[in-house]
Design a binder for this molecule. Structure first.
Ligand code: KIV
Ligand code: ZN
Length: 389
C-alpha cells in the first residue's frame, strides 16, 4: 500500500495538541476546530481520548456525530475498557477509527508497563482484534518506536496486521530520531515485514529537537503514507509536527518529493488563528507559514526584488495558505522603491524625484527611531514634506 503518492493527513490537534499543558478545550471549542479541519479536508481527525474523561467522551461523540467528510478517530490504550469506550463514542460516525497503542521500547516495557515483550505482543493483538469487532478501521501505534528494537517492531507489527490493523503508526514519541535514521527505520520496516503491504504506514513525530517536520518528511520519502500532525505544531512538551509545515513542504517541493495531500491549503491560516484563539497560545511571528512575518518583507533588497518579481524571495504565495496578501513592512532597512510603491498604494505620490528623495530621507530618519513605520506615519511624513518643499 505504499505505491500511492497521496499522503494521508491525520490531525491530532484535538488529542495530542490538547495534551500541551494549558491547552485543554471544551466540547464546543473542539467541535468548532473539527469543523474547520473538515473544511480544510483533513483526512483523519483524532478527536480525543474517549476514556480520559466524560468531557472528552462527549467531545469525541459530538465530533463523530457532526463530521461527515473526514474520518473521526479516538485514541485508546491497549485495554478493553478504553477500546470499548472509544467504540461507543464513535458509534454514529460516518467514518470512524479506533487508534490503539502500546509501548514497545525496552525502557517503556521494563519501567512503565512492567511487562515482558511476549505479553506486549499478546496485548497488542488482543486490543486490535477487540477494536476490529467494533469498527473496520483500526490503527495501531508502537509508542516510543524510535527507541524500540527493529526485530521486536517487525514481530509486533506483523502480528497486529494479521489481527486486522489497517494503519501502523511509528511514533517518535520523545522526539529522539534524526531524519536519515528515521527514514531508514521506515524503509527497513517496509522491507522486512512480510505483510507490510496490507497496511498503511504512518508516522507521528514530536519536536523535542526541532526535527518533527524533517523526520516526517524523511519518513514519507521512505514510504510512509500517513503523517500525524497538529495545527501550529501544538502538542506535548515541544509539540508535534506542524500540519501547515508538512503540507506546504509536500506541496512546495512536489518536484523533489513527488507526493501530495488533499488539504485545501487556503484554510490553513484560518485554522491556525482559530486554534490560537481557542487555546490562548499565540503563534510566534516568525513561525513558518502561519506566523505574522511569514510573508512580510522589510529589507530594501528583498522588497525591491519582490516588487520586481515575487518569486525572488517567496517560494509560495501568501494567498496559497490563506493570508490576504504578502506584506511590505516599512522600516529602516526598506528601500526607495518600496517606499514609493507603498505611497502609491496609499493613493499619493510626489511630482518630482527631488520631493521623493527629500521624503525618503525623512522616512529613514524616522525609521531609525521606530521599529515599524505605519501608513499613518507615512501620510504625516508626506504632508510635512509637502509643507516644507
Ligand atoms: O507520541 C506518541 O507516541 C503518541 C501515541 C499515543 C501515538 O501520542
Ligand atoms: Zn504523541
Amino acid at each position: 500500500m505504499t505505491q500511492d503518492n497521496r499522503v494521508i493527513i491525520f490531525d491530532t490537534t484535538l488529542r495530542d495538541g490538547e495534551q500541551s499543558p494549558g491547552a485543554s478545550m471544551t466540547r464546543d471549542e473542539k467541535l468548532r476546530i473539527a469543523k474547520q479541519l473538515e473544511k480544510m479536508r483533513v483526512d483523519v481527525i483524532e478527536a480525543g481520548f474517549a476514556i480520559a474523561s466524560p468531557g472528552d467522551f462527549a467531545s469525541v461523540q459530538a465530533i463523530a456525530n457532526a463530521i461527515t467528510e473526514s474520518t473521526v478517530c479516538s485514541l485508546s490504550r491497549a485495554l478493553d475498557a478504553d477500546i470499548d469506550r472509544a467504540g461507543e463514542a464513535l458509534r454514529n460516525a460516518a467514518s470512524g477509527r479506533i487508534h490503539t497503542f502500546i509501548a514497545t521500547s525496552p525502557i517503556h516495557m521494563k519501567y512503565k508497563l512492567q511487562m515482558e515483550p511476549d505479553r506486549v505482543v499478546e496485548n497488542a493483538v488482543h486490543a486490535v482484534k477487540r477494536a476490529r469487532n467494533l469498527i473496520d478501521d483500526v490503527e495501531f501505534s508502537l509508542e516510543d518506536a524510535s527507541r524500540s528494537e527493529m526485530d521486536f517492531m517487525c514481530r509486533i507489527i506483523e502480528a497486529v496486521i494479521d489481527a486486522g490493523a489497517r494503519t501502523i503508526n511509528i511514533p517518535d514519541t520523545v522526539g529522539y530520531a534524526v531524519p536519515e535514521e528515521f527514514g531508514h527505520t521506515i524503509a527497513q520496516l517496509l522491507q522486512r515485514i512480510p505483510n507490510a503491504d496490507k497496511a498503511i504506514f504512518s508516522v507521528h513525530c514530536h519536536n523535542d529537537l526541532g526535527l518533527a517536520v524533517a523526520n516526517s518528511l524523511a519518513a514519507v520519502s521512505a514510504g510512509a503514507r500517513q503523517v500525524e500532525c497538529t495545527i501550529n505544531g501544538l502538542g506535548e512538551r515541544a509539540g508535534n509536527a506542524s500540519l501547515e509545515e508538512v503540507v506546504m513542504a509536500l506541496r512546495t517541493r512536489k518536484d523533489r518529493l513527488g507526493l501530495e495531500t488533499s488539504i485545501d491549503t487556503t484554510q490553513i491560516v484560518p485554522a491556525s488563528r482559530l486554534v490560537s484563539s481557542v487555546t490562548g497560545f499565540p503563534v510566534q511571528p516568525n513561525k513558518a507559514i502561519v506566523g505574522a512575518n511569514a510573508f512580510a518583507h522589510e529589507s530594501g533588497i528583498h522588497q525591491d526584488g519582490v516588487l520586481k518579481h515575487r518569486e525572488t524571495y517567496e517560494i509560495m504565495t501568501a494567498q496559497d495558505v490563506g493570508w490576504n496578501t504578502n506584506r511590505m513592512v516599512m522600516g529602516k532597512h526598506s528601500g526607495r522603491n518600496a517606499f514609493r510603491s507603498r505611497l502609491e498604494e496609499l493613493g499619493t505620490s510626489f511630482n518630482t524625484d527631488v520631493e521623493l528623495n527629500h521624503a525618503f530621507a525623512r522616512f529613514k530618519e524616522l525609521a531609525d527611531k521606530k521599529h515599524e513605520i505605519y501608513d499613518e506615519d507615512l501620510m504625516a511624513l508626506v504632508s510635512d514634506t509637502r509643507a516644507e518643499d
